[in-house]
Design a protein around this ligand. Sequence first.
Ligand code: 13P
Length: 250
Amino acid sequence: MKKPIIAGNWKMNKTNADTKALITELIPLVKDAECEVVCCVPFTDIVTARKAARGTNIKIGAQNVHWAEKGAFTGEISAEMLKELKVTYVITGHSERRQYFAETDETVNKRTKAALAAGLKVIVCVGETLAERESNKTAEVVTRQTIGALADISKQDLKRIVIAYEPVWAIGTGRTATAQDANDTIKIIRRVVRKLYGRASANSLRIQYGGSMNPKNAAELMAMPQIDGGLIGGASLKAEDFAKVVNYNK
Ligand code: 13P
């Protein structure tokens, strides 16, 4: 059985003081969760988050990583730096990175490989824009993004990858993909992975849904056979809301 994974993506929210308060409030609320619980925090909050979550079932992740080992890349963070801070996960290819920071399938792949090489687990995001969906390009886009992100990644390393399907039009808009639509697109993504790695690897890969997932719709989304977790933005910023998503089955 795959263990579902519910991850919060805090984006550019929360100071160190906020981080300590939020994690502390979250700990008792999620301690009996049956899924894996992750908080992907800003780089500057990692140390505080790790310290606050020590000895609990909350794992800490980062939101981006550079592909080079070191060097003249002002403003970037290497996989080694993250590893030293003992983060478990890192997100790559988030649509906000693709949209505002010129992230491409190639750079997403490079970042993913660097993270894997350092021993980290990676949440790789894919998803179509509204214009792409309206011109019936969803399958084409998620196929291209999935193949691109996974280029040159071994079957062994795939075990440390989670894919997050996040339709861009559902992010921060309050507009969720219907559970059926999310399930159908995730099925397409899984089929791509099956072609690349075989049935067993595709079936054991966890694929999350992300985009306005919240306490109200989490149970319905998580009940879909293809959906193995959630990547939560807005609703991960309040302990009570995030805990309700984490405890979707209770
Ligand atoms: P929202 O849950 O705020 O729509 O954000 C989703 C997301 O982008 C998570 O990575």
